[in-house]
Design a protein around this ligand. Structure first.
Ligand code: PEP
Ligand code: MN
Length: 263
């Protein structure tokens, strides 16, 4: 069960040599989408050097328009595997269809369920039948209760390795892409034993807001961050306006290290 009543201690999730939750602060970083071998490998090397512990990158992309870049799909997964091989960083990537569950279990280290699929109950149940760690992002119009119930769907099939992610919600404010719901982090930690990370990139939609929101996430007790990093944001195939360059990511990590316990 997701509720803390059934599990008073914080859940720790082990992935390869990493532990998510507890006293550790986990940083996941990488581009919105995998675009080429050169792109993903060079970003992976830079974030690794900066101190990130997971590489993210979308291969299957849930885009608003069907005419936007949809991701490199299977080829993207292969390129993520090459980047993992070269850096040792475990990989996190989004699944969009139940048809790919077996392949993702084989190929990736953490399976991401995106905001748009948070209530895709068949997909939740299918990943629930595996023992792969699942990164479950809050739907853009989902309440905290609905997020926790989505996690319950995964858990009800047996998989208890779930990391929750606050990534901003829709409000009347439109200066930012979404509104980062900072109160969700302490609320979720009160209600549940699952680790909670924050994605300031999709919340803000603006690269210069990523660092202040990342610091705020640390202050409210998040277990980690997921940050979009791109070597050439101006020409990124997806979400360039909210992506920071590797240099800025390095300085962000330095300032975060002063306030969070990062190994
Ligand atoms: C992503 O992480 O690339 C993504 C699509 O995020 P979200 O599902 O939160 O919109
Ligand atoms: Mn993105």
């Amino acid at each position: 069960k997701v509720n803390r009543l059934f599990h008073p201690e914080d859940t720790l999730i082990s992935v390869k040599n990493e532990t998510i939750g507890g006293n550790r602060f986990t940083i996941i970083a990488g581009p919105c989408s995998v675009e080429s071998e050169e792109q993903i490998v060079s970003i992976a090397e830079e974030i690794n050097e900066a101190g990130a512990s997971f590489l993210r990158g979308g291969a299957f992309k849930p885009r608003t328009s069907p005419y936007s870049f949809q991701g490199l799909r299977e080829e993207g997964l292969e390129l993520l595997k090459i980047a993992r091989e070269k850096t040792g960083l475990p990989i996190v990537t989004e699944i969009m269809s139940v048809d790919y569950v077996e392949k993702f279990v084989e190929d990736v280290d953490i399976i991401q369920i995106g905001a748009r699929n948070m209530q895709n109950f068949d997909l939740l149940k299918e990943v629930g039948k595996t023992d792969k760690p699942i990164l479950l992002k809050r739907g853009m119009s989902a309440t905290i209760e609905e997020l926790l119930m989505a996690a319950e769907y995964i858990m009800s099939e047996g998989n208890e390795n779930i990391i929750l992610c606050e990534r901003g919600i829709r409000t009347f404010e439109n200066y930012t892409r979404n509104t980062l719901d900072l109160s969700a982090i302490p609320v979720i930690k009160k209600l549940s034993h699952l680790p909670v990370i924050v994605d300031p990139s999709h919340a803000a939609g603006l690269w210069w807001l990523v660092e202040p929101l990342a610091k705020a996430a640390v202050a409210v007790g998040a277990d980690g961050l997921m940050i979009e990093v791109h070597n050439d944001p101006a020409n990124a195939k997806c979400d360039g306006q909210q992506s920071i360059k590797p240099e800025r990511f390095k300085s962000l990590i330095k300032s975060i290290k002063k306030i969070a316990d990062i190994e």
